[in-house]
Design a protein around this ligand. Structure first.
Ligand code: SF4
Ligand code: SF4
Length: 401
């Protein structure tokens, strides 16, 4: 039994996983706290979190005995959201997309690797068994299972942290009827909590989403507000959302364990780039470059960019995207969960927070886009565009005054 666990852990690594551990399908203390968390309303509109199977690993699958938990590092060597400047008058308005969504859709990547692991187990192990694969796709709290499989500890920011990898890890699980030896032998405690007296994540959160260490009110979290919430972003959060358009990395970016986290060698998690979606943009930009050089100015770096990128993307690009383009560009990206309406709604809020001024080269074009969006059939998009227009106008009047 122990040799099977050792083989599974080694094979998972040969498939590209950075961490792998096995845990018995038991009741874990953290799962018992879900009920109270739900009762306090912290799940917001995420009704799927109330699925009672999420509170008991053993109820997810008949005959389940063990869970194999795997982790994949997606940390790239690009700057943190907290290191990227912007917001000065005249800057091209840009939005932040959370690091996990820059590259390949992690659901697909994890699912493929976990299925390959389950298939390899079927070939190697003589005993017949059932196995189900979950990659943030079922009623499984992977991070809690990961803690008891020895992969790390649950930090004050509620995420799984590993000493070598920090929190930039995707988690997936194979639930199985196999009786496997757990990675942490009987009587061994899970990895210790190394947060110590640190409170950086709690203090840095712009929306005050941590009601106390280790407890998050998801309704206040920018990830929820920009991805899960389908209606308008509540007024009280619009300004704190800042330039975040898909998720938020702040509580991870400030974490000291992420400062020294290993960088992945998987190119698939680097930010995707796209040719200009708007056929008019290159001409406009070429025109700006010519105009700038005639005026003896240095052309702006953003103006000569050859392509759009998911790393700190131009908000003008996001605002100009229609539903068909959105579906086509993000069909195999985690961004699709936000839907077109969510992305454009968030881009409106971010541009409203951007301090867009007349000095910004794209000022006129962005106002025109917001004008068009304010007449959208989609009430949420229309209202968000009007909000952005009124913010920009107010900022302009204040600067004149
Ligand atoms: S992701 Fe952002 S908004 Fe959410 S808890 Fe972390 S810092 Fe706060
Ligand atoms: S920022 Fe500090 S408290 Fe928060 S998860 Fe990281 S180590 Fe823990």
């Amino acid at each position: 039994m122990r040799s099977d666990t050792v083989w599974i852990e080694a094979h998972a690594k040969s498939l590209g996983f950075d961490l792998c551990g096995v845990v018995r399908a038991e009741h874990f203390p953290e799962l018992g706290r879900t009920e109270e968390w739900l009762a306090r309303g912290y799940a917001g509109e995420m009704k799927y979190l109330a699925d009672p199977r999420r509170r008991e690993a053993a109820s997810v699958m008949p005959g389940i005995r063990s869970v194999i938990v795997c982790a994949l590092n997606y940390n790239t060597d690009l700057p943190r959201s907290t290191e990227v400047p912007g917001g000065s008058p005249g800057d091209e308005p840009r939005g932040w997309i959370s690091r996990y969504a820059w590259g390949a859709d992690y659901h697909q990547v994890l699912h493929g690797k976990l299925t390959a692991l389950a298939d390899a187990m079927r070939k190697r192990l003589e005993e017949p068994f059932e196995a189900r694969v979950y990659a943030d796709t079922g009623p499984v709290q992977e991070r809690i299972l990961a803690k008891y499989a020895g992969l790390g500890w649950l930090g004050k920011n509620t995420l799984l942290l590993n000493q070598r990898l920090g929190s930039w890890i995707f988690l997936g699980a194979i639930l199985t009827t196999l009786e496997l030896a757990p990675t942490l032998e009987e009587g061994t405690l899970p990895p210790p909590d190394l947060c110590g007296s640190c409170r950086r994540c709690i203090e840095a959160c712009p929306t005050g989403a941590f009601v106390e260490p280790y407890v998050m009110d998801a309704r206040r979290c920018i990830s929820y507000l920009t991805i899960e919430l389908r209606g308008p972003i509540p007024d009280e959060f619009r300004e704190p959302v800042g330039r975040n358009v898909i998720g938020c990395d702040i509580c991870q970016d400030v974490c000291p364990w992420n400062r020294r986290a290993l960088v992945t060698t998987d190119e698939g998690f680097r930010p995707r780039t796209y040719p200009f979606a708007d056929s008019k943009a290159p001409e406009d930009i070429a025109e700006q470059v010519v105009r700038a050089s005639l005026d003896g100015e240095e052309p702006r770096a953003a103006s000569v960019a050859a392509e759009e990128s998911l790393f700190f993307p131009r908000l003008e690009w996001l605002l100009s995207m229609d539903e068909a383009e959105f579906r086509q560009l993000f069909r195999d990206s985690a961004i699709k969960r936000a839907k077109w309406r969510g992305l454009v709604r968030n881009a409106c809020v971010a541009v409203g927070n951007s301090g867009l001024s007349r000095e910004t080269p794209t000022h006129g074009r962005i106002l025109a886009l917001l004008g068009r969006l304010s007449a959208s059939q989609d009430a949420v998009v229309a209202e968000s565009a009007l909000w952005a227009l009124s913010r920009i106008q107010r900022a302009g009047e204040q600067s004149l005054a």
